[in-house]
Each structure stands twice: as C-alpha cells, then as structure tokens.
Design a protein around this ligand. Structure first.
Ligand code: PEP
Ligand code: MG
Length: 757
C-alpha cells in the first residue's frame, strides 16, 4: 500500500497544473482500489459549493457543471461532517441526491473521504461501485490516507493556479492572498526575487524567455563545466577505482552528449523555456521513468540522473546569481530564509522578506525585525518558486502576502508604507529624551545587536547599552570559524562603537535554528539538543578562543560583559566560569591588561527559573531570554508555523515565571534584565517594567516605540495592569485587558503586529 501511495503522490506532485493533478488522482486511485468510479469534488470558496472537478467513471461532461452546497447530497455530508462515509447502497441514504448528468444511478456503493488541509475542508474524494457492498476497513483506510496525502498537493496546485491565473475554472484570479505568521512588522509593496535552494531541481519553476540564444549559451557553459569536473574527478580517482567503476564517469559524460540528455534539454530551451526549467523538465522525465521501474538496479539509476542534473543546475544558478541585478523595492522570497541571504541584497533595495518555513520567533525573523524589514514567515501554502518577478504586498502585521495586487489594494498598502515613514520620523524626536514614566520611574532601554548595521541604528535611537550582542551572527555569515584575531577585530568594533556604554556579549549560541554551514548539526529535535553552552562546553577550544578574543578586544575600554546562553544548571555555569577565568589568566599572561568583566547567565530554560537564586549567587547579572523560555515553558517550537498560535509570551505561566525570576534575582541583590523579543513589544514592556526588571533590551527598530509608550504610563498604573494580568488564567483575557487599557489611556497608536499589539 505504501508503495502505491508513494507512486501516486510522486506522480501527482510532478503534474504541471491542478487539472492534470486531479486527472492523475482519479485515474490512479480508481486503478489502485479496483473501483469503477473515482471522483474529486473541490469546495469553491466563492460559491461555497462542492464542484465536481475530475472523474473516472462518471460522465466527464458533468465536470465543472455538477456542484452541491454543503447541505446537499452525500458529498456535502462528507464535507460538513469531516468524516468518511461508507454506504452499501447510496440511494437508501436520506441525504442521497441524484444528479442525472453524471450517470451515477448505475453505482450503488459509495465511499467518500474529506480532503482537509490545515483544518479546512478543501474537497471530497469519492469512489463508487456498481454492486451493493460495504467497502472494507482496509479500503476505507486507504482512501482516508490517500486524501490526507493529497490535501497538501491539491492546496499547493490550487495556489499555483491562482498565482498564474489558472484558477479553478480556468478563470484568471488576479489577486491571491496567502496567510502565514507575522515575522517583522510593517508593510511593503515590491517585486519578488526568489532565492532557490542551491542545486534543488524539484523547485525550479517554468519561465519563458525571449533571448533563447543566451539560454543556450548558459546551458553549454554548464555542460562544459560539468564535463570538466567529471574528467578531473575520474583522473583523481584513477588509482583508487577499478576500470569498471571508472566507467561510470564515461556514462555520465555520455549522458551529457547531444544525442542524450544534453540534446533533449537544448530542444526544450528552443521552445522558449529558460535553461533551468528545461533541465528540470528533462531530468524529471528521466528520473520518473527510472523510479517507476520495478527492477531495483534500474530504479537506482534515477539517482545518477538526479546527480548529473544537480551538477548542471549548480552551474546555471551560479551564472544567474552573478548576473542578477537587484531592483529597488525587492522582496526576497525563499523556502527558508537565512541570515546570510539578508546580506545579499544591496542596502536600500530590500523592502520585504517572505519565508515558507520558520515562524515569528525564528532567528531570521528576529534579525529582520532588527533591520526593520517587513517580513512574513511560515507561508506554507505559497508556491514560492513560482512567484519570481511578480508584484507582491507583504503585510508583516497580519502575516499575509498578496500576489498580483490590484489598484485598490496597492494604493491602500502604499498609504500604509507612507504613514509608517511619518510615524518613524515622529519617533526620532524621542532620541535625546530619557525613558522615564510620568511618575518618575527610570527604565533603561538597551539594544540587541548582531549585525553591523545595528550599531548605527542603535546609536540613532538613543540606546543606553547593549543588552545582547548575538555573536553567532558573524559566525553565520562566514565560511569557517573566524580566528581569534578576526573575532577580536569584530568585537573591538562593537565595544568601541558603544563605549563607554556597556556591551553584553553572549558566547556562541549555535544549534536549534542557527546553523553554521561549516559545522552542521543534524538532530531530530534540534531545540532540545546540542545548543548554546552545550556545544561550547563540549568544544572548549571554540569557547576559549572566543572569550580570549572578547577579553583582548576590551583592553582599554573595559565595557565588556559576558553572557552565557542556555544554562540549565549550576554545573554548566561553573564549568563556563572556570573556562572564562582560564582565558582571563591566559590573556593577562600574554600581556593584555584587562579586568575580569562582569559575567551573567541567561534564564531561558525552565530549570534555570527554579534555580535563579543559586545561579544569581555565582554571577554578576542575569538576563531573561523570553524567546526560548516561552518555547520551553509552553512546549511550542518557536520555529514551527503550525503551532505559532500557541506561542504566547503573555501566557500566565510565562508571566509567573518572569515574576519569579525578578523576585529571586533581586533577593540575591543581582540585577536582572530581559532580552527576548517580548521586551520590544510596547504593551508587554509595561508589564515587564512593573515586574521590576532593571533594564529592557530590544531591537533598535522597536526601541523608540517602547520609549514612547513607557513615557506615558505611570509605574503605578503599570503595576495595576500587571496585577490584573497575573490574575488571569487565560492569555486571551490578558491580551484583551491590555488592549482595552491602552485604548482607554489613549495609547492605542502603537498597536501593531505582535499578539498584544
Ligand atoms: C531568547 O531566547 O530570548 C534570546 C534572547 O536568545 P535567542 O533569541 O538568540 O535564542
Ligand atoms: Mg535564546
């Protein structure tokens, strides 16, 4: 069964459009189940009717014509009950409705399964049989499994159709809306530039080109590049391989010939398809043919063709990236945005970001917020590879993206972009003013940094120190571990830029969603795995080099503070402190005269919340990482858009934990700050101030908004709001109460993207 399922899904996945995909589904499911009819009905959101979209066995002339409301017929019943329906004789059922056009009166038994994508019914898959019989359990399970597998494929094909104007009934849907999760607030109107993952043939889209000769030239260059690589590889392995093994390289070379794959790609390019698309098409056909073969040996050959395809594609992509010129108003779209990608687009050209994977608390979203670039994450239904060159609207507040916007929508969003510009200008005036509440409470606002551009932005916004410098960012945009000297230069630049203000440098916090290309960590549960301090304690050489570089960089400046991430207990802290003291001794022996800097721990693992007192006794300060603390307290992966709705830092459990940390840290006489994204949410900042945090550290973009808010709320009022929030057992109540309070205070202006806002 699995094999059949796999084959069908694979075939459907490679269909060029929705109609073809549905045609394959009904044909293959009918064959696999040995039924006489298989049909797919899809729910048309405009008319709210289930429309017959494809059938094998019923009258094909009724396709697109027969439809039923959710309260009509058996199909409507399956759709509304969201459960399979298995009937020996359909006509006996009170909900049976007869559609003469389909000729279905000949079929007695009926088995229907709902097609559900992300909790939403998108259609119904039905099989029918002439003789009266109940389909058995195995058949029912097969159909349910099939429809669950196909739901995503159908949703994807539909979305692609809507983008290219090949909607359900072939009518061109101009404007399509895709819903993801907010990544970074703000709105943007621009054109999509898609960054495809390197050498992944499956996602290469079709594209028509005018300059066919240029595509042919690009392809010939790629062919030559791969030929050369093969020859070199063959020569290099000459002494290690037997002649028959080396013959594989000759096979590869032959496949590249005009008479084989190479020639076929050229033919497709001549029809006006770009080289990458032609390559995907030809390689795909060959791979499919091999993979559907029953002979194991021949099936394995598919991987050779794929390998060759990937090699050719890498050359084509390289050539494209070299010739790519970024226009103004670029919106970068990718399956998985990475911090390195953010640096690809020249300054001033990038207005928006879109990622299929990841969520609002993914690190790339945090960087996007720091850069002030509107971003939508987790757009799982966006056929991202197909949107290159298309006009897009990015709504980073709601987490929505519109493709091909019409006049009205474009105007509406262009106005929002302009309003935001004015608001930002208004906030600039706050730069020189302190963050003091009307009743005189001083709340120091610090900034989170990592990118070079953060320095200038932080200074413009009047930050009073750096509460979190994410040192992994310079590691991530490198091709190898930076040396001690290189790190020293980077850290010195930070320390100097903010001097005499304090700069809190966090030791390397990789793992989770922060990968180094040159130090891959593959794990089933990366957020519960080898992360942060766990990695660096296992690799003292990395930790020592880094802390030595930090210490040396602070010579003569003395504004360094060191922060340890992901501490789960005293033992880790003691080990880390031991290494820091060792590094300090070493650099002083080498003649660098620096005092021991203050050292702090991040409280971001629930275990640390309950050990705040013990940790506080051994360090100079604490800093709460509410991003991770929220994910670990609520068991919600911060990177997973499916559970983004459950991620909520105003959850009573999170608020209680934060309150406990402040109380216990102060009990030991140690200052405590917070550097998670929550600190940059103006409404949440009110509660944090009331809890007694000694400083709030946030991205430079949000700093003026928080300052604006806190300058208008009395500490006494903030304490009232906190008391109220702590009494709620439901986070929704806290959101509503905060929103209402801000509205009553006339402070709703900053209400924006995050949950509270
Ligand atoms: C946090 O977890 O809240 C934090 C500030 O660190 P990061 O987001 O880099 O994990
Ligand atoms: Mg963290």
């Amino acid at each position: 069964m699995l094999n059949t399922l796999r084959k069908i899904v694979q075939e459907v996945n490679s269909a060029k459009d929705l109609k073809t995909a549905l045609g394959i589904i009904v044909l293959r499911v009918k064959e696999a189940m040995g039924s006489q009819v298989c049909s797919v009905y899809l729910l048309d959101p405009e008319t709210n009717r289930f429309v017959l979209m494809a059938t094998e066995g019923l009258n094909k002339r009724s396709i697109g014509k027969v439809s039923m409301a959710p309260n009509e017929g058996l199909v409507g019943l399956v759709g509304t009950r969201e459960e399979p329906l298995n009937l020996e004789n359909a006509a006996d059922h009170p909900r049976y409705r007869y559609f003469a056009e389909t000729g279905e009166e000949r079929f007695a038994s009926f088995l229907g399964a709902p097609i559900i994508h992300h909790r939403r019914v998108v259609g119904v898959l039905v099989i029918q049989q002439k003789e009266r019989r109940q389909f058995d359990e195995g058949e029912e399970a097969f159909l349910v499994t099939m429809s669950a597998q196909l739901a995503g494929v159908i949703a994807h094909a539909e979305a692609t159709g809507s983008i290219r104007g090949l909607g359900r009934q072939g009518k061109g849907i101009q404007e399509a809306r895709f819903v993801g999760v907010p990544g970074s607030p703000g709105a943007a109107v621009g054109r999509a530039v898609v960054m495809l993952p390197p050498a992944d043939l499956e996602v290469v889209p079709d594209k028509t080109v005018e300059d066919i000769d240029n595509e042919l030239k690009l392809f010939n260059n790629a062919l030559e590049g791969v030929r050369e690589d093969m020859r070199k590889l063959s020569a290099k392995l000459a002494t290690q391989l037997r002649p028959e093994e080396r013959a594989l390289f000759d096979v590869y070379l032959m496949m590249l010939e005009d008479a084989a794959l190479g020639g076929e790609v050229v033919e497709v390019i001549k029809t006006g398809q770009w080289a990458q698309g032609a390559l995907r098409q030809v390689v795909g056909e060959h791979v499919n043919r091999f993979e559907l073969m029953d002979d194991d040996y021949l099936r394995e050959r598919a991987s050779d063709v794929k390998d060759l395809g990937r090699r050719l594609l890498a050359y084509l992509q390289e050539a494209r990236s070299q010739s790519l010129v970024y226009q103004d108003n670029t919106i970068l779209v990718s399956e998985e945005l990475t911090p390195a990608m953010l640096g690809e687009v020249p300054e001033g050209k990038l207005v928006g970001l879109v990622s299929v994977l990841g969520s609002g608390n993914s690190h790339v979203a945090i960087l996007a917020r720091a850069m002030g670039i509107p971003t939508v994450m987790g757009l799982v239904d966006l056929p991202y590879s197909k949107v290159d060159g298309i006009e897009l609207i990015v709504d980073g507040y709601k987490g929505e993206v519109f493709t091909n916007p019409g006049e009205v929508l474009r105007k509406q969003y262009s106005d929002v972009v302009e309003e935001e510009r004015q608001l930002a200008r208004g906030l600039d005036a706050l730069r020189e003013l302190p963050c003091v509440t009307p009743d005189g409470h001083r709340m120091p606002l610090w900034v989170n940094t990592g990118l070079l551009a953060d320095v200038a932005r932080a200074q413009q916004r009047g930050a009073e120190g750096v509460g979190l410098y994410r040192t992994e960012v310079p590691f991530m945009i490198n091709q190898r571990f930076p040396s001690e000297k290189e790190q020293l230069a980077i850290y010195r630049e930070q320390l100097q830029a903010f001097h005499p203000l304090p700069v809190t440098m966090r030791t390397l916090d990789i793992g989770g969603d922060k990968a180094l290309s040159y130090f891959p960590i593959k794990e089933e549960n990366p957020f519960l795995g080898w992360r942060g301090i766990r990695v660096t304690l296992d690799h003292p050489e990395i930790f020592l080099v880094q802390t030595r570089a930090m210490l040396k960089a602070s010579e003569g400046l003395n504004n360094l503070r060191i922060l340890l991430p992901m501490i789960s207990g005293i033992h880790e802290l003691e080990e880390a402190l031991h290494l820091i003291h060792r590094a300090w001794g070493e650099v002083r022996d080498e003649g660098t005269d620096v005092p021991m800097p203050p050292v702090g721990v991040m409280v971001e693992i629930p275990a640390a919340v309950y050990q705040t007192k013990e940790l506080a006794r051994q360090v100079d300060f604490l800093s709460v990482g509410s991003n991770d603390l929220t994910q670990y307290l609520l068991a919600v992966d911060r990177n997973n858009p499916r559970v983004a709705d459950l991620y909520d830092y105003l959850h009573p459990a999170v608020l209680q934990a934060l309150n406990t940390v402040v109380r216990d840290a102060h009990g030991e006489g140690k200052p405590v700050s917070i550097c998670g994204e929550m600190a940059g949410d103006p409404a949440a900042a009110i509660l944090l101030m009331a809890m007694g945090f000694d400083s709030l550290s946030m991205n430079a973009t949000n700093l003026p908004k928080v300052k604006w808010m806190l300058r208008q709320v009395n500490l006494s009022k903030a304490k009232e709001l906190l008391e109220d929030a702590l009494s709620h057992d439901n986070p929704q109540l806290t959101h509503s109460a905060l929103q209402l309070a801000l509205k009553n205070l006339g402070l709703a202006r900053m209400i924006g993207p995050n949950k509270t806002l």
